[in-house]
Design a protein around this ligand. Structure first.
Ligand SMILES: COc1cc(/C=C/C(=O)SCCNC(=O)CCNC(=O)[C@H](O)C(C)(C)COP(=O)(O)OP(=O)(O)OC[C@H]2O[C@@H](n3cnc4c(N)ncnc43)[C@H](O)[C@@H]2OP(=O)(O)O)ccc1O
Length: 428
């Protein structure tokens, strides 16, 4: 239904540093995957600038790239054999497109339909690896009703969720006519260089390959993978927290994240029918910006997140009360200190290992990312979110509702396991 124009390159509107290599830290190396997101805008009178969405967004992109100039370069491999950016100044890839339908026909982003939403995001045809893909592409699609969608494909090695939102919202305020950015990017990532020599002071189980003794591979291989999202409104979230606190094991203290993560870790373990001896790993990203000593500078452009982990056998998780799983999550959050994060940076330096998703659940929290601030002059997006889940082991926590006080838990499971997971959620 979507007809794309020819892709064009949008270069920074003014001269920016070129001809050098831009350093990416070890925290950027770990997660070099393309993240696709879509922002949908209802028909509205033209923005204050009077232009159409395509030209307003294209012009503003050129201006914001003056600040975010590494996004106009291309990924390369440095002499240290790490990902870096070649500051070519070529520009971000920008595509305009027209959809043969109304915005109302776009499926609810709470449970994304990757095939349909994928048409709203541009991927470089034939690119075989991330070195052949630009750090970012943007597609602006006009709908027949007058609304439009912005589809972004951005490499996670350039920024994490918070950094990505700061970029998108800087772009949006530039489109609205702001002369200066509220949060200018802090470009220099060398504050996160590894120590010399590297010091590994934690076991870093995030890299451990756990054998699949429950043979979930057969389950995944034999059944259709279903995606569903489960909405937890504030009352339901309070019930989840109540369950985690019920036996007093957590001393009356537990955040919503800890309780909800514990709940879904247990429920997924049960739904997949893991054998009691199966070791299972929970991974999740923690924002390290304020945990580093000193804290990362305001507007830090790159990945300031670190993966932390909790380990348990399926039997241990399921035979213990909910407070146990929530407590393991709590311990994993508390483990993330400056020393833990420096140790993770050094671990990559020494081993070049990437986290393993074997027998793992990876929870990634987008619920506090400021998608709603992406106002390019046509108001807040009516809908926004991911195009797909990157891996079958990933569960996303997304903000939901007008006041963003509810959390949508989005996941994929084999059909029979999804039914079992649904039954467990219905009990809450
Ligand atoms: C590349 O292009 C992209 C990329 C992306 C996305 C990429 C990613 O996914 S990167 C990962 C993104 N996620 C994070 O960075 C996680 C950030 N969150 C944390 O680090 C959390 O601390 C936590 C580790 C998840 C744990 O959370 P929690 O246990 O809730 O503890 P606290 O957050 O410290 O909260 C405790 C308590 O404080 C209150 N509170 C704190 N902050 C807020 C806030 N901002 N608003 C409201 N309230 C807050 C709150 O009361 C908390 O207690 P509750 O129990 O009431 O929750 C995407 C797109 C691209 O293009």
């Amino acid at each position: 239904m979507v007809k794309r124009g020819e892709p064009e390159l949008v270069a920074p509107a003014e001269a920016t540093p070129t001809g050098e290599k831009y350093y990416l830290s070890n925290l950027d190396q770990n997660i070099a995957v393309i993240v696709q997101t879509v922002y949908c805008y209802k028909p509205a009178p033209a923005a204050a600038s009077g232009g159409d969405a395509v030209s307003v967004l294209r012009d503003a992109l050129a201006r914001v790239l003056v600040h975010y100039y590494p996004l106009a370069g291309r990924l390369t491999i440095s002499e240290e054999m790490k990902l870096a950016v070649d500051l070519t100044g070529q520009g971000a890839v920008f595509v305009e497109a027209d959809a043969g339908c109304d915005l109302a026909d776009v499926s609810d982003l709470a449970t994304p339909d990757p095939a349909a939403l994928g048409q709203l995001v541009y991927s470089v045809p034939g690119a075989k690896n991330i070195l052949e893909m630009p750090p970012m592409t943007a597609q602006v699609t006009r709908f027949k009703c007058g609304g439009f969608a912005l589809g972004l494909a951005m490499n996670h090695c350039m920024f994490d969720g918070l950094g990505a939102m700061e970029f998108v919202n800087s772009w949006a305020e530039t489109a609205r006519g702001a002369a200066e950015l509220t949060v200018p990017p802090f470009i220099d990532r060398s504050v996160l260089r590894a120590r010399d020599p590297p010091v590994i002071s934690f076991p870093h189980h995030e890299f451990e390959e756990i054998p699949d003794i429950s043979d979930t591979a057969a389950l995944y291989g034999g059944q259709e993978l279903l995606y569903r999202s489960f909405c937890f409104d504030p009352d339901r979230l309070e019930r989840v927290r109540g369950l985690a606190l019920a036996d007093g094991g957590l001393g009356g203290r537990c955040t919503t994240f800890e309780a909800l993560s514990g709940l879904v870790w247990r429920a997924r373990t049960r739904a997949l029918g893991l054998v009691p001896e199966q070791r299972t790993k929970l991974l999740f990203a923690v924002d390290g910006r304020r945990r580093f000593e000193p804290p990362l500078p305001r507007g830090y452009f790159g990945n300031g997140i670190v993966l932390t982990n909790a380990l348990a056998t399926a039997g241990d998780l399921l035979s213990s009360p909910p407070s146990h799983a929530a407590g393991l999550v709590q311990d994993a959050v508390r483990m993330v200190t400056d020393e833990y994060m420096r140790s993770a940076v050094d671990y990559f330096e020494a081993t070049r290992a990437r986290p393993s998703l074997a027998s793992t659940l990876l929870i990634t929290t987008w619920s506090r990312l400021a998608f709603q601030d992406a106002d390019f002059g046509w108001g807040a997006p009516a809908m926004s979110g991911p195009v797909t889940l990157p891996e079958k082991e990933v569960i996303l926590f997304l903000a939901h509702g007008k006041e963003r006080k509810s959390i949508n838990v989005l996941l994929g499971l084999p059909a029979s396991a999804m039914d079992a997971f649904q039954d467990l959620m219905d009990e809450i």
